[in-house]
Design a protein around this ligand. Structure first.
Ligand SMILES: NC(=O)c1ccc[n+]([C@@H]2O[C@H](COP(=O)([O-])OP(=O)(O)OC[C@H]3O[C@@H](n4cnc5c(N)ncnc54)[C@H](O)[C@@H]3O)[C@@H](O)[C@H]2O)c1
Ligand SMILES: O=P(O)(O)OC[C@H](O)CO
Length: 343
């Protein structure tokens, strides 16, 4: 029996009924693996089952008819071998705790790009705490859900201490339009995904202010230096930031209006309040919370993060954008590369 046949017997559960959960369920179903998707809204589950669409999150995109949506968590997880969790970071621990009675030795993978407030834990660390018998991993990369369901050529990274988990996820998700790379730097891959959201807000703001390609390049390059410096200080592998889950995800979120973080920044750049920008979005923009947490952590550790400081001044201290930009541009002169990995 070939490994493909063996893996074909695996049952997959996607926990979360939003854009990314649906995009991943769509790939798994298209690859002919059994997939149940748990969501809290009965009407949304009915829509997925009857019409094979999720119009609240992915309007205009048909989903694979084999996706079975349910609001019953026990039913969703019954007999499951691999569980993909696509719940925003604010609710992640609460939902994972509800999963605990139904999870033993399964592979559980976080797809969430955020950080827990108070603890500064990443989602896979929450998985380890709440589901101590599970095998844990993460998926991260330049992965706009709407492009994935449109079958745009895309790549992602699965990261875990377990080779079996990485190989299984590669088999479950790999298609001719979705390529899955592996990494052993789980912390770096996961932290990269959370950090880039901050800079997508900044780039959205720059776009709203009609800044040019020089500005965009400066912002993204300095952002990469800043996020790598911070992540390496916390134990990540610097090379991860040259890969898909680092610079790759930074590029996509800093340049695409499909990014919710970019759109929040754009709205603020056009004069909206942060609250209005988030309310109008109606979906999660993780970077807003991540900014608050990273600013506090950078202050605590003494990591030089001028873009984080500037964005925080604009969003949280209501400093005028023009004044913050001027301060950043006139700040202390630096060598281009010497300080990338040092505070
Ligand atoms: N959308 C993308 O393009 C994309 C790509 C890669 C990673 N991600 C990450 O995936 C995570 C989820 O994002 P998304 O895009 O699916 O978000 P989303 O806003 O589209 O959907 C979030 C889903 O979570 C559900 N949810 C929230 N709180 C819940 C709770 N307490 N109980 C049950 N369900 C709850 C919502 O009902 C909704 O179905 C985020 O961390 C995001 O960074 C998103
Ligand atoms: O829509 P965003 O800003 O949450 O970004 C989605 C993905 O993280 C892009 O890789």
């Amino acid at each position: 029996m070939g490994s493909k046949q063996l893996i074909a017997e695996y049952k997959v559960t996607v926990v979360g009924g939003g854009s990314f959960g649906s995009a991943l369920a769509d790939i798994v179903a298209a690859n002919k693996f059994s997939v149940r998707q748990w969501m809290r809204s009965q009407s949304q589950a009915d829509e997925v089952n009857q019409h094979h669409t999720n119009t609240r999150y992915l309007p205009d995109y048909p989903l694979h008819p084999a996706i079975e949506a349910t609001t019953g968590l026990a039913y969703a997880l019954e007999g499951s071998d691999v569980i993909l969790v696509a719940i925003p970071s604010k609710s992640f621990r609460t939902v994972v705790r509800q999963m605990r009675p139904f999870v033993q030795q399964q592979m559980v993978v976080s797809t969430t790009k955020g950080i827990e407030a108070d603890s500064f834990k990443l989602m896979s660390q929450i998985l380890e705490e709440e589901l101590p018998t599970a095998t844990v991993g993460v998926i991260s990369g330049p992965n706009l859900a709407k492009e994935i369901v449109a079958k745009a050529l895309t790549a992602t990274v699965v990261a875990s201490d377990s080779d079996v988990l990485s190989q299984t996820l590669q088999k479950l998700l790999h298609t001719d339009y979705f390529r899955v790379y592996s990494s052993t730097d789980r912390y770096g891959v996961e932290l990269g995904g959370a950090l880039k959201n901050i800079y997508a807000i900044v780039c959205g703001m720059g776009n709203a202010l009609n800044m040019g390609a020089n500005t965009q390049s400066m912002l993204m390059t300095r952002a990469l230096a800043e996020m790598s410096r911070f992540a390496v200080m916390l134990g990540a592998n610097p090379l991860t930031f040259l890969g898909l889950a680092g610079v790759g995800d930074l590029i996509v979120t800093c340049t695409s209006p499909l990014s919710r973080n970019f759109r929040v920044g754009y709205a603020v750049g056009k004069g909206k309040s942060l609250d209005d920008a988030e309310a109008e979005l109606g979906q999660v923009a993780e970077g807003v919370n991540t900014l608050r947490l990273v600013k506090t952590k950078a202050d605590e550790l003494g990591v030089y993060m001028p873009i984080v400081q500037g964005l925080y001044a604009i969003l949280e201290e209501q400093k005028p954008i023009a004044r913050v930009i001027r301060q950043l541009m006139l700040g202390e002169q630096k060598d281009d590369v010497e300080f990338i990995l040092h505070s």
